[in-house]
Design a protein around this ligand. Structure first.
Ligand code: CIR
Length: 258
């Protein structure tokens, strides 16, 4: 059974971190409704949902993906590169601790879950503005001890690795070749975003379905043509905070509580 951890949108989301987009008005009530729809989709796809209460002190806390990496064997608490996000880890740690033994990325390492693409026993880790080489090294030694291969991936012009590439099928990845080097992912079936939709590379694969933003119709059409089953969701308000669909949940195999 899959479990999905989410956190409801913070009333202070208007003060979110921004790296590549200009600040525009985020309509909090609409963001909340859209987030609820996203949660409903996760439930509809069979996830047991753990929807955590909003945290007023942490504008970006809806983006739970960034604060942990959950492997089958352990949960790794991240150390966000954005200083304003570091304390988000504290309140989610005991929730993940219900399911996994915990480890943590320690200073001077920084790492955000948005930089970690997990496919089977392969971990691709973005070296971005948020994840540094010490964070990468720490994750690598933790994951390699359980038999994972761990590959560093330079990313440019975007926030996280998963802004540039995500999994859309068992062996298929969707990517923006301007932000990440296709060659890293040789061996996978590679689909590219439509050039006019640079932010379209992020989808969340749950079982056989891809939760995918409504705002990228051209790339969506390409995905459908390749046989990908889409679950469209409107996340326009969270996108203004540079959020996408992977970042709003931590989805993992339950395997029973510890
Ligand atoms: C941030 O800059 O940290 C947030 N405003 C957006 C985080 C999005 N996270 C993700 O895509 N994994």
């Amino acid at each position: 059974m899959l479990t999905a951890i989410t956190r409801q949108v913070s009333p202070s989301i208007v003060h979110c971190e921004l790296t590549h987009l200009p600040r525009v008005e985020i309509r909090y009530e609409i963001a909340r409704q859209q987030h609820r729809q996203y949660e409903d989709i996760l439930t509809g796809l069979g996830c047991q949902l753990i929807s955590l209460a909003p945290e007023a002190d942490f504008p970006d806390s809806v983006f739970v993906e960034d604060v942990a990496v959950i492997l089958d064997e352990i949960g790794i608490l991240a150390r966000p590169g954005a200083a304003s996000r570091r304390s988000e880890v504290t309140s989610i740690a005991p929730v993940i601790g219900e399911y996994r033994e915990l480890r943590a990325i320690e200073p001077p390492g920084s790492l955000e879950g948005g930089d970690v693409l997990l496919i089977g026993m392969k971990l691709y880790v973005g070296l971005s503005g948020r994840t540094n080489s010490q964070g990468f090294d720490q994750l690598r030694s933790l994951a390699e001890s359980f038999g994972y291969s761990v590959t560093p991936v330079p990313v440019k012009d975007c926030l996280h690795l998963k802004s540039a590439v995500s999994q859309v099928g068992p062996e298929a990845l969707l990517l923006n070749p301007s932000w990440v080097d296709r060659a890293v992912f040789r061996g996978f079936q590679l689909l590219e975003v439509d050039r006019r939709e640079p932010y379209a590379a992020n989808g969340l694969l749950v079982g056989d379905s891809l939760i995918y933003p409504q705002s990228f119709p051209r790339t969506a059409e390409r995905l459908v043509r390749q046989g990908v089953q889409l679950e469209p969701v409107d996340v326009s308000e969270l996108q203004k905070a540079e959020g996408a669909v992977t970042c709003c949940s931590l989805v993992f195999e339950d395997g029973g509580r510890r």
